[in-house]
Design a protein. Structure first.
Length: 475
């Protein structure tokens, strides 16, 4: 007796043999995939007709900042630092646990509706230490596999000190951060589908002593270490100036690298640093859409893959303007074709692997998820293929990566539990969340002060140097 039986679908397994089956059935029992066969018969508590659909593993988003879900569209088309200092901080430094909760709910809704089943969030916004508690609780009840990185900021946020005034609560003391992080980890790591990791906001956001303390704590508790590394070129210049080392070289010299470590972005990794990542098993979370939006540059993904670096895909925060991982995968492929003047530089098959099995490996979930095969946990998607933009056929993988959109995901199953069925999210109340998100957004914009309010209300805001200036920013 199966709990769920999906019949007659096109199945992209993403197993090691790269098998794709037409008209296949998938049986799920006790949260796991218990059978993958053609003409599978047997009793089931629930039977899903999979004809006209593609079934494949759930998508893994290796890097998010869900606190930014409420502020997409505030300060845009600009580099990270001025955006962060001038537009982000005045708003998010006022964030309370109720705002944090609804931002997570909003992000969870979008993730589920576009096929993400596992993700890694970097949460360093401890304006109140209950923020991360609320957020983790949201993902736990939404039924997603959450890898929550407890973030640290003690010297700067995006390279700028916020030590006094209304934004002073963004930075915290070393000891309090370390104690809170350990306490959070002991309560949440391994609870249901949640995992915990630690990491500075970025290498410039914490001093060397706290960075060492974070690494020591992460290794002692045997959890992941995650931080933004070599994402923007200025941080590499800063590392060279301050430590006479490039960004990953600096982190490596402190012991950050390893098989449980993730470098977010890695756009400006040198050949030697790619070698360090490969040799130490350090993974890279590649966020092509956000990297493009922020003008960071193009990460050398084919070179990383050739060197044996584990690479997964991520959205990053508001700068990507989406949680749709199919958009991210398509962008990842297209970007490398352009950069390398080579249409094979990153293929649809590779993009899909980054999105599933490789992403699972980056988050240390390769035993549980990433492929649809017997014995794995049942994390899978049912995607509508009987539509004008997906149907025209040929091979399913390029149609999925290049033509399908996240909104084509009809049903999502995580750990054997249906969390969205026929486009309706079952674990969250969409209408209520949208209402509350609107209210929370409005309140945060007001708390953000006059400049934020003017910016939101400007019908067609002026651009240029004044838009990007950090003068007058909170300090
Ligand atoms: Zn980020």
């Amino acid at each position: 007796m199966f709990d769920i039986l999906i019949k007659d679908c096109c199945l992209i397994t993403m197993n090691k043999r790269n098998e794709i089956f037409d008209c296949c059935s998938v049986g799920i029992t006790g949260g796991k995939i218990s059978a993958v066969e053609k003409n599978l018969n047997g009793e089931a508590k629930k039977v899903i007709d999979g004809s006209g659909t593609i079934v494949l593993p759930g998508f893994v988003n290796c890097h998010t900042h869900v606190y930014q879900a409420l502020i997409e569209g505030v300060g845009y088309d600009m580099h990270f630092n001025p955006w962060n200092i001038r537009y982000l901080v005045p708003i998010i430094s006022r964030m309370r646990p109720d705002h944090a909760k609804v931002s997570a709910q909003l992000a969870a809704l979008e993730m589920i509706k576009t096929g993400t089943t596992a993700f890694c969030d970097h949460w360093y916004l401890h304006t109140d230490f209950n923020n991360i508690e609320e957020v983790t609780g949201v993902f736990d009840s939404a039924g997603l596999r959450a890898h929550m990185v407890f973030g640290f900021l003690n010297e700067s946020f995006a390279g700028r000190k916020h030590t006094s005034g209304s934004s002073g609560n963004v930075l915290k003391e070393d000891k309090e951060l370390l104690v809170r992080a350990e306490d959070y980890c002991r309560r949440w790591h391994g609870k249901n589908l949640t995992q915990v990791g630690f990491g500075p906001g970025s290498t410039e956001d914490v001093g060397i002593d706290l960075f060492r303390g974070i690494i020591e704590l992460g290794k002692r508790l045997d959890v992941s270490l995650v931080t933004h590394i070599a994402g923007w070129v200025e941080i590499v210049s800063r590392s060279l100036e301050k430590y006479q080392k490039r960004d990953l070289e600096y982190a490596h010299s402190l012991g950050f690298t390893g098989s449980k470590s993730i470098a977010i972005h890695g756009v400006w990794l040198s050949d030697d640093e790619i070698e360090i990542a490969a040799e130490t098993g350090t993974a890279v979370a590649h966020n092509p859409v956000a990297n493009m939006h922020l003008g960071y540059g193009i990460a050398r993904v084919p070179e990383m893959l050739k060197a044996g670096v584990k690479v997964g895909l991520g959205t990053d925060g508001a700068a990507s303007y989406t949680y749709d991982m199919l958009e991210v995968a398509k962008t990842a492929a297209m970007l490398q074709k352009v950069r390398n003047l080579d249409a094979e530089a990153l293929t649809a098959e590779t993009a899909l692997r980054l999105l599933t099995t490789s992403g699972a490996e980056v988050l240390g979930l390769e035993k549980e998820t990433g492929s649809v095969e017997t014995g794995k946990q049942a994390d899978l998607l049912i995607v509508d293929a009987d539509t004008p933009h997906v149907l025209p056929g040929g091979r399913p993988v390029p149609k999925l990566v290049y033509s399908a959109r996240g909104s084509d995901v009809r049903t999502s199953i995580v750990n054997g539990k249906i969390i969205m069925e026929d486009h309706k999210v079952l674990t969250l109340d969409e209408e209520k969340i949208l209402n509350e998100a609107n209210k929370a957004r409005e309140e945060l914009f007001t708390l953000g002060g006059d400049e934020t309010r003017k910016l939101i209300e400007a019908p067609w805001p002026a651009r240029g140097a004044s838009w990007r200036s950090t003068d007058g920013a909170l300090s």
